[in-house]
Design a protein around this ligand. Sequence first.
Ligand code: PMP
Length: 389
Amino acid sequence: MLRKEKRILMHVGPVTILDRILYAGLKNNVGFSSPEFIQAFQYSLKKTRELFQVDNTYQPFLIPGGGTSAMESVTSLLKEGEKVLVATNGVFGDRWIEIFKKYPVKVDILKAEPGYYVEPEIVEKQVKKERYALVTFTQVETSTGVRQPIKESVKAVRDYVDLVVVDGVSSVGAEEVKAKDWSVDVYLTASQKAIGVPPGIGILVLSENAMKRLNDEKSVAGYYLDLRNWLPVMRGMEEGKGGYFSTPPVHTILMLQEALKIITEEEGLENRIKRHERIASTIRAGVEGMGLQIVAKRPEAYSNTVTGVLLKKVNADSVLSNIISEGIELAPGVHPALKEKYFRIGHMGWVTENDAIATIATIERVLKKLGEDVKVGEGVRAAQLYLSE
Ligand code: PMP
């Protein structure tokens, strides 16, 4: 019973949420035109700019849904027959392909093997060959835990494409993100990931260059996710007047406000990124210490938020079900090429050093019981040594 009640959630989203944030959403009488809600929306839009490191030349959007709704809303910027290029490192990079294929645009694909990212030079070569309206990158590919070097990747393509789009769903709030300095046109995330809010909100910022495309009547977008329909609401909210296109996730916005307050005014964004870096290093030290390998193949590809762990003998499903019954929820492997052979540790949001140690200790114990070839105690030792350096 206690293991369930006191479970530690080391998933890739939703993540453990602070009580303070949950309580901020417990309001029984707040409608979408109430002053409290409009103020929360206004504050969240302002802080969204800070989160992505952009100024007022960028337009923030908070739309219902999550990562996928934010991704699909990018079709607002495309016209029939235009060509897009998807650089994909796994399942979530591939999602762009699935989305674009539903619309009358042409899609080219550059794919990396699991554990790797598409090299910026390869993308550069491709954009020099063909004219693309848009190129997509995924900053942290959640299916493998691989981080794409966004600054370098954008630099490689910037002069040859109209729009650069970055999926920061598993990175914003935990990795360095500088949308303006890096000249990214669309950067997006979701509420339930590294900013540690319940699911329900897709979050984007659009550059002036991207916003110009919203003036074009002829986009391929549908209705609900056409950013043209959401723009007057964002402007109304920012001006403190409110607005409506479709009912917003009112209570989740109240929680987002609380989280953004903690992130930007209490913890500090830089400290938050450093905390994620430190915890990710602790987890990796622990995994390697117990004698297992991680999915990301090179240190440059290690992420602050997700670690894929490769198993030698035992089946991943049995590992996950045994670990959850010991009080820790991890995430299953989802990359088709590696399924059954790995699992993922999510370490984003409000994760602490103690969570990391408990996770490594539990993984070691459960794997040993299941007959995996691990050095019990060595993972915890390596993690502790890293943290006490
Ligand atoms: N992109 C990435 C990198 C993700 O990790 C996810 C979700 N895990 C998504 C997109 C889709 O987000 P959602 O599940 O909120 O629709």
